[in-house]
Design a binder for this molecule. Structure first.
Ligand SMILES: [Zn+2]
Length: 251
């Protein structure tokens, strides 16, 4: 069963980045509240895979690929119940195997009032390891930290797109929707933004765990290297940036 349009693209980008060792599940986990702004199949919210990858047959049967958790699961008398909308009822052996595993995975989910957010949810936040000037929230590390700001500025210059204005990591993940250009270009920029988030995360770990001095230049160098690798891997050649219709600065 085929997966229509944009959802196939999102899933494919995540798969491709995973092949380069980029594990966005580690940093982009949704911290659940009501499930209203987490996508059931396409965000990381449980386990270490997005569910469209873990359960590909069921995802093919899902009528609304972009449904939220709140669309898919409801609390009834303190118990979680599923409200999936299938194109047809799962019935074959492999479908039932996936369905049983999915039900098991979801049985302990608890939904409550409030908005979900992306990233870690630590009670005891330390100072940001890069600047030491604020709490180490995802919003700070990936968006407002001076290191992150310098990186986003350089990424915009490299991609020759207007400067990125974001207030949260969610804004950054949705930036590609505002790129004026073809679907291929939007997909490329989406991948670059995801790679950038990953490299900022790696930089944070290098500072904390390896005692390294990390500069924006180093982070941007890593982003460019991984960005080129992603393009090369998916098209099998270096001339493909032209085919995507993206020009990048060389410096
Ligand atoms: Zn900082």
């Amino acid at each position: 069963m085929s997966i229509p349009g944009p959802w196939k693209q999102v899933k494919k980008t995540t798969d491709e980045l995973k092949m380069l060792g980029i594990r966005l599940d580690i940093i982009l986990m949704q911290v659940l509240k009501s499930g209203n702004n987490s996508l059931f199949w396409l965000n990381y919210w449980i386990g270490n895979e997005i569910l469209s990858i873990k359960f590909p047959i069921l995802f093919g049967l899902e009528r609304e690929k972009g449904c939220t958790l709140a669309d898919s699961l409801i609390m009834v008398n303190g118990e979680i119940c599923s409200t999936w909308g299938w194109l047809r009822t799962p019935c074959s052996g492999p479908e039932m195997v996936e369905l049983r595993e999915l039900l098991q995975l979801c049985q302990n989910v608890v939904l409550e009032d409030g908005n979900d957010k992306v990233g870690w949810d630590l009670d005891d936040l330390g100072d940001c390891p890069a600047c030491g000037e604020a709490d180490e929230t995802t919003g700070h590390v990936f968006v407002s930290c001076s290191l992150a700001q310098a990186v986003w500025q350089a990424v915009s210059t490299w991609c020759m797109v207007p400067h990125i204005f974001a207030f949260s990591i969610r804004d950054i993940l949705e930036l590609y929707k505002f790129i004026k250009g073809s679907k291929r270009q939007a997909k490329f920029f989406h991948a670059v933004y995801l790679v950038s988030v990953w490299c900022l995360w790696k930089a944070r770990n290098d500072i904390v765990f390896n005692g390294m001095a990390v500069t924006a230049e180093i982070v941007v160098g890593n982003i460019k290297a991984l960005g080129y690798l992603w393009v090369k891997n998916r098209s099998g050649g270096s001339s493909c940036l032209g085919r995507i219709g993206v020009s990048l600065r060389y410096s």
